[in-house]
Design a protein around this ligand. Structure first.
Ligand code: CU
Length: 156
């Protein structure tokens, strides 16, 4: 006589086998480690990102004297870029006195190319068309304009 298991009996056997297989190691309990994890040093704070240099814009407001530049002296930090906006009605041509930059012609209403400061040391600039137009970056005061000799007839 052939005996067959009912579906309920087969399920009971399957569950029993599954439970037996998961019984583990026969009574030994695995102790969870209780030692505290060693303290982890806080990560060093990331260095502050180097701020990008700011742009400092100097207004050209006249064609003669050290008051032609506002402000004068200009205050700027290493890495800053100094530009000149010509708010005057005539062309100006600007150079750094140390030869580091020739900003060329700056037409009325235009903004010059920028000169990026390699240091915050005092430096000076002037307009090659108007000899009295002198300015300073980070100087103690605005430079004193040289005597006017007006070699090109542009005025000083
Ligand atoms: Cu000028």
């Amino acid at each position: 006589m052939k005996q067959s298991l009912t579906p309920a009996a087969m399920m009971a056997v399957a569950v029993a086998l599954a439970l037996w297989g998961c019984g583990g190691g026969g009574g030994s309990t695995y102790a969870t480690p209780t030692s505290p994890t060693p303290p982890v040093a806080a990560p060093a704070p990331a260095p502050a990102p180097t701020p990008a240099g700011s742009t400092v814009t100097v207004a050209i407001v006249a064609s003669s004297g050290n008051a032609a530049f506002q402000p004068n002296p200009v205050r700027a930090n290493t890495g800053d870029t100094v530009m000149f906006r010509n708010n005057d009605t005539v062309l100006h041509r600007l150079v750094m006195d140390d030869g580091s930059a020739d900003l060329g012609d700056v037409a009325p209403g235009a903004v010059s190319r920028g000169v990026t400061l390699r240091s915050a040391s005092a430096t000076s600039f002037h307009c090659t068309l108007h000899s009295s137009m002198v300015g300073s970056i980070n100087g103690a005061s605005a430079p004193v304009p040289p005597p006017c000799n007006d070699p090109y007839g542009y005025g000083c």
